[in-house]
Write a protein that binds this ligand. Structure first.
Ligand code: COI
Length: 361
């Protein structure tokens, strides 16, 4: 069934207030947002409106019980100036995996894509052109039940806003391999992009940031031994020329779109890629044997971010200088070239916002 999306344009664009050559991550928001409300078993009032605050009831159930999920995507501009979005169908699919786990309603792919095309085309002048910048797209959904008590909600809001961003990390990332707290375990919600996964790591993250680390590399929740992910990124290791990344089958890590893209690019380049359990002991042994060539993270926000050093049980381990990391630099370069429309889209990853959508706005 088709959902009609109404459009109310802003009367006062904030575009001229932004310095597009010095963009921080996640601080500025474009002129419009998409909003839809779910009640009586369907999505209603699908609308694009000027970006702004919502008012809310203090008993809003998502605030208390955490039925809230989100996604992250990026739009850039191709050589002809058309907005291009990287693999959005992977995101709508993952959004609906998260909704399923969190007892939330599915967003039909057609509604998601129409909303995305309309929103990005309306705010296409907010897509930055500077290197490492993009228009970050944040679809999210939360329960809007006004109710005290634990039950799956029946009313939800789905919203998409966009934000012109620069690089998420501007330096090699220092990670602390966490062996005290855990992020996820089989049967839990590690694979869902739900708010609780992020809320639960704030205290451990603050602790390691006070010690000078940027992020936590999480180990599995049972043995405290096998690498999971970094929270903001999936993790890859390169040992003796083999690219290794934790498998998805435990349901404890996010099925990252950049992760999947890097695996496919690496295989296409002829590298051996292994999706499997990888223990911290294997990493440390490879380090001591001089075989650990690289550790890097992948994510929509972080793109491909090298790990500069990691800490485990009182020891710091320094990784080779970033410029020497031939394999990941090559894959990163190819990935960036494809997603920004500068290299041939051999995998069919780019969604070009149809000209017909924005020609009439
Ligand atoms: C993304 O990469 O899109 C994320 O959601 C990570 C977030 C911590 C910024």
């Amino acid at each position: 069934m088709g959902y009609k999306i109404t459009v109310e344009k802003t009367k006062a664009s904030r575009l001229s207030e932004i310095d597009f050559n010095h963009l921080p991550f996640g601080k500025y928001f474009s002129d419009h947002m998409f909003v839809a409300d779910y009640r009586d078993g369907d999505w209603h009032d699908c609308r694009i409106v000027p970006f702004g605050n919502f008012s809310m009831h203090p008993a809003l159930s998502s605030l208390h019980y955490g039925q809230a999920i989100f996604e992250g995507m990026k739009a850039e501009r191709d050589a002809d100036g058309n907005p291009i979005i990287f693999r959005p169908l992977k995101n709508v699919n993952r959004l609906n995996i998260s909704t399923e786990r969190m007892a939330m309603p599915e967003v039909p792919e057609e509604l998601f894509m129409n909303a995305l095309d309309k929103l990005v085309s309306l705010d296409k002048d907010w897509i930055p052109d500077a290197p490492h910048s993009a228009l970050y797209i944040r679809p999210h959904m939360y329960a809007t039940e006004e109710f005290v008590g634990i039950k799956p909600a029946e009313n939800f809001r789905f919203c998409i806003f966009t934000s012109p961003v620069g690089a998420y990390y501007s330096h090699p990332v220092k990670v602390f391999v966490q062996d005290k707290y855990v992020r996820a375990f089989p049967g839990g919600v590690g694979y869902a992009k739900c708010a609780g996964n992020y809320g639960a790591v704030m205290k451990p993250t603050r602790e390691v940031q006070k010690m000078g680390y940027d992020q936590i590399l999480w180990l599995d929740g049972i043995h405290h031994r096998y690498l999971q992910e970094i929270g903001t990124m999936n993790i890859f290791a390169i040992i003796d020329g083999v690219i290794i990344t934790p498998a998805l089958d435990q349901g404890t890590i996010l099925d990252g779109v950049t992760r999947d893209s890097m695996i496919r690019l690496a295989e296409n380049e002829g590298y051996v890629v292994q999706e499997r359990d990888i223990s911290i002991d294997e990493i440390i042994n490879a380090y001591h044997e001089g075989k650990l060539q690289d550790l890097f993270g992948t994510g929509t926000a972080a793109v491909v971010s090298h790990i500069g050093e990691f800490h485990y049980k009182g020891e710091n381990y320094e990784l080779p200088p970033v410029e020497e990391r031939e394999i990941s630099n090559k894959l990163k370069g190819r990935f960036i070239a494809i997603k920004s429309g500068k290299a041939e889209d051999v995998f069919g990853w780019l969604h070009t916002v149809p000209v017909s959508v924005y020609a009439h706005q």
